[in-house]
Design a protein around this ligand. Sequence first.
Ligand code: CTP
Ligand code: MG
Length: 235
Amino acid sequence: MQPASAVVGLIVVAAGSGSRLGADVPKAFVPLAGVPLLGHALRGALACPDVAEVVVVSPTGWLGEADAVCRWARSRSCEPSSGAPVRVVPGGAERGDSVAAGLAALSDRVGVVLVHDAARCLTPASVFGRVVAAIRGGAAAVVPGVPVVDTIKQVDSAGRVVATPERSSLRAVQTPQGFRRDVLERAHAESSEATDDAGLVERLGESVLVVEGDPRALKVTTPADLEAAARILAG
Ligand code: CTP
Ligand code: MG
C-alpha cells in the first residue's frame, strides 16, 4: 500500500498514428482551433494541481515537436502543476507498449499514476481531480465513466446476438485512468494487451472503481469526432 499523499505522475500517451483520422501528421499533432490535440490535452492536465510530474509518450521522429508543444502548454498554465517536470519519450508499436515506456520514465517518487490518451484532448481538469481523489480515498484503480445511451448487444463471430446486458449496469469508460503505481506495474508485467489499462488490472483480480466521467472527454478517433471536439470548444 502507498500513502494517500503519494506523488501523482501523469503519462500522456500520444504515440499513435491516427490511422482512422487519416491526417497527414500523427493524431496528437493534428490542429484543433489552431492548437495540436496534444497541446489541448496537456493544458487540461496541467490545470489539475495534483499532477506533480508528466511523461509525454510521442511518436518516434516527433520528439522535438512534442517537446515544443509541452513548453507551449506549460507557458499557458498558471496552476502549480505548470512547474511539474515534463519529459518526452518515444512510444511503441501498440498503446500498451507506449504506456509501458511512460511507466519506465516516471521518477521513483511517483506513487500514483494517471494514464491519459492525448486523443481525449478536451478532458476537463475536474475529471483528473475526481480520479486522484478516489485513489487518495483508498482505491487501487479508478476509471472515469459515463452511462451508455445505446442498447448494447453482445454478438458471436457470426453476428448473432448472444446477450443484451442491462444498460443501467454499463459505462463507457474514458481517461485519465488512475492507479496505485505498484498495481499498474504488476499489471503491465503480466501483459500489455488490452484496450485500456484498467482491463489489465482487472485480470489481476484487483477491483476497479468507476467515477463520473465527462462528455467532453470524448476520444477523437474519426474526422467526425474532430468536428464534435471543435463544436465543444466553440460552445
Ligand atoms: N497510442 C500510443 N501508442 C500507440 C498507439 C496509440 O501512444 N502505439 C495512443 C494514441 O496516441 C492515443 C491513445 O493511445 O492518444 C488512444 O489510441 P487511439 O485513439 O487508437 O489512437 P491511434 O492509435 O493513434 O489511432 P488509430 O487507432 O486510428 O490509428
Ligand atoms: Mg489505435
